[in-house]
Design a protein around this ligand. Sequence first.
Ligand SMILES: Cc1cc2nc3c(=O)[nH]c(=O)nc-3n(C[C@H](O)[C@H](O)[C@H](O)COP(=O)(O)O)c2cc1C
Length: 379
Amino acid sequence: MTTAKLQIGPHPVNGQAVLAPMAGLTDQPFRSICRRFGAALAVTEMTTSDVTLWQTEKSRQRLMLTSENGLKIVQIAGADADKMRSAAQAAVQLGADVIDINMGCPAKKVCRKLAGSALLKDENLVRDILEAVANAVSVPVTLKMRTGWDPDHRNGVGIAKLAESTGIKSIAVHGRTRACMFRGNAEFETIRAIKSVVSIPVFANGDIGGPSDAARILNQTKADGVMIGRAALGQPWIFQQISSFLQTKVLPKPLSIAIRRDIILEHLDALYQLYGKDRGVRVARKHLSWYCRYLEKAGRFRDIFVRVETVSEQKRLTKEFFDRYDEQGRVAVQKRSREGVPDQCQRREPKKLRQENPLDLERTRRITRYRSGTDHLEA
Ligand SMILES: Cc1cc2nc3c(=O)[nH]c(=O)nc-3n(C[C@H](O)[C@H](O)[C@H](O)COP(=O)(O)O)c2cc1C
């Protein structure tokens, strides 16, 4: 890793690839793993600026900063300058090193209340909020935004200048407008234009899928760094791969199966610990499904994993899945069913039965097969 020239206020930033905030996903366990693999920054999931709601279990977990292995960056969302000021102060009291303001979320639930990217419509309100928060806390304040309200109102450049003038210390820009939601491709011309008018660090965000994308977009936008969201799901090591590629221009080898196994098991344990057994099992299903996207023949394993209900079953399945690999990371055992037909060939139920009760039938059969030991995990 290079020694960074990047700074967020007084804080040096080591690396150019940072984790994007993603509600419901970038919780403390995931942030911690991404950081260990070189994510230079990792922001909490968005938290409401209504501090009266911070006592709920959900907010409490979102604001969990105690075992953070890096800068503690709390993202707040809201459309009321006074509430945003109080929320920023409360987050600092909880230990935040940096406050991130969310003007990037297109969710209807958030936009109806004129928070998130809906705010971009009202530049006076943007100014009020940025000034209120920046003046209320002694820690650096950063901004996450989109390129504008809709393709005809790409006011990202103006908002960025405004942000810099109110004391914001860095800006992350998702290359879509609010109206675009997640449709189409992210565009980087507006990000390049933003970078050319401000002197604070700018992070380019949107559809960056790996090391070559990161290099191309840094080159195109001249941004100081890239922010990675969805591409980090199931491969938190992407940050290490991006850093390595930016330094050497050589695409790194895929991470070994043994390391993936250890990371996944550790991730599962951290989820069970943070959320408790019931919710932990549910949250684990999402992450495991993403990990499986990058694992060979993991379809059957994933299908069963997302249906079992207990911590011990999820962990046992995971260990069994990885036991198939030999030391070179190759699938060592191609188990066959008792009839000698590869299991993946038997996955389809007769059409009629599937139509009758597709989900329940499939679920019951798989769990029964799994519990009776006649199922294998190599689909
Ligand atoms: C499930 C999900 C949740 C998100 N939650 C937040 C959030 O809480 N705060 C925020 O600023 N952006 C949020 N975003 C937007 C991402 O931070 C990022 O800008 C967007 O996904 C584009 O980057 P990507 O293409 O690398 O995923 C969310 C995106 C997704 C997919």
